[in-house]
Design a protein around this ligand. Sequence first.
Ligand SMILES: [Zn+2]
Length: 85
Amino acid sequence: MSEDCSFCGNTDFKEKSVDYVYRRGDKMLVVNGVPCTECTYCGERYYEADVLVRIESDFEAIENGTREVEHRLSVPVEDFSRLVG
Ligand SMILES: [Zn+2]
């Protein structure tokens, strides 16, 4: 990645392991423990290209049934205009 954050220009980053949410249409894949580099100022996360490629191919393997997913989440979805209070 470049030496400075493309959003805020900060040059200080830290290596982290995060939960990454991949989404395609109505389908999502949550991958825990994904390595990334995070801007210490604005929090923007940068991922290695091969990390994103692996997540995408994992998503496709799950979609076409060649890979069994570890477990599934049930996720409620709301529109903000419907919220109470
Ligand atoms: Zn930043």
